[in-house]
Design a protein around this ligand. Structure first.
Ligand code: DIR
Ligand code: MN
Ligand code: MN
Ligand code: MN
Length: 304
């Protein structure tokens, strides 16, 4: 496999600075050496650098729109480059607003891209429904063609053309979804498997249904966008918005392995690892290593 690693220390999609240390923490976990030892053809594209835009006034209550927009434009170009080089993209975050640039860049090379979004949250608030104003709770609304009118006029995003339709995406692990998000998911008929669904039918059945729904009929490249808060906080506490009752280590690894087995993975985002929010060294290590293992599994790296 040809793999491209790209660090995206974006933090302005939410309010906890430490998430910009995510990429380096994941690098230090032995991710790259494992892949090299495993015989992968690896290229490290380094970490992008992002700067705050001057006078970045809120748009309505949406915070830092120009800064997040410009960072995503840069990431969009960088991911396009990784894909043009014929590599599977591994994007290390950074907060989840980076999915706007990452998925747009991936879709620019694969018009039929589909997305598996693992998260406690749906991240589909619009600038009109967002309760927090944080852009990491909104990336999906910037990516969906159906919601194009909802994001009109947000400064910093004039470069963006929505690349997905509602039927191209599936959620796994939802358990903290805002009322406005529920309305959108229902209205657009977006497929989701909440933690309640996972607990009732089992992760194996869930992945079978995702397979049937998304890519079994017509083979489509898959973008896996994995928010570390999809995991239970017992396992991954060092993250900005933890939510009780999440995926176990084994369930997360199962998701990653099922996606690997399709042979269709195009790129993976691993986001919201915030080392500064670990209360102990053990909490940091557990969070970072869980993220590292998701990436390794999705790439088919054998741990035995
Ligand atoms: C909440 C939290 N739905 C918001 N979102 C988070 O701010 O829109 N996304 N934490 O990861
Ligand atoms: Mn989340
Ligand atoms: Mn998220
Ligand atoms: Mn393989």
């Amino acid at each position: 496999h040809k793999v491209g690693i790209l660090g995206a220390p974006l933090s302005r999609g939410q309010e906890k600075e430490g998430v910009k240390m995510g990429p380096d923490a994941l690098r230090k976990s032995g991710l790259l050496t494992a892949l090299q030892t495993g015989g992968y053809n690896l290229k490290d594209y380094g970490n992008l650098t992002f700067e705050d835009e001057p006078k970045d006034e809120p748009f309505g209550i949406v915070k830092m729109p120009r800064t997040v927009g410009k960072a995503n434009a840069k990431l969009f170009e960088a991911v396009k480059k990784v894909k043009a080089d014929g590599r599977l993209g591994v994007i290390l975050g950074g907060d989840h607003s980076l999915a706007i640039g990452s998925i747009s860049g991936d879709a620019a090379c694969h018009s039929n891209l589909c997305v598996v979004w693992v998260d406690a949250h749906a991240d589909i608030n619009t600038p009109n429904t967002t309760p927090s104003g944080n852009l990491h709770g909104q990336p999906m609304s910037f990516l969906l063609k159906e919601l194009k009118t909802e994001i009109a006029g947000v400064p910093g995003f004039s470069w963006l053309e929505p690349c997905l339709t509602a039927k191209d995406i599936v959620y796994v692990g939802l358990r903290d979804v805002d009322p406005g998000e529920k309305d959108i998911i229902k209205k657009l008929g977006i497929k989701f498997f909440s933690m309640t669904d996972v607990n009732h039918m089992g992760i194996q059945k869930v992945m079978e249904m995702i397979n049937d729904y998304l890519y079994s009929r017509v083979k489509k490249p898959i973008h896996l966008s994995f928010d570390i808060d999809g995991f239970d906080p017992v396992l991954a506490p060092a993250t900005g918005t933890p939510a009780e009752g999440g995926l176990t280590y084994e369930q997360g690894i199962f998701v990653a392995n099922e996606i690997h087995k399709t042979g269709l993975l195009s790129a993976i985002d691993l986001v919201e690892v915030n080392p500064s929010l670990g209360k102990t060294e053990e909490e940091i290590t557990s969070t970072v290593n869980s993220g590292r293992d998701i990436i390794l599994k999705a790439l088919g790296y054998l741990t035995i």
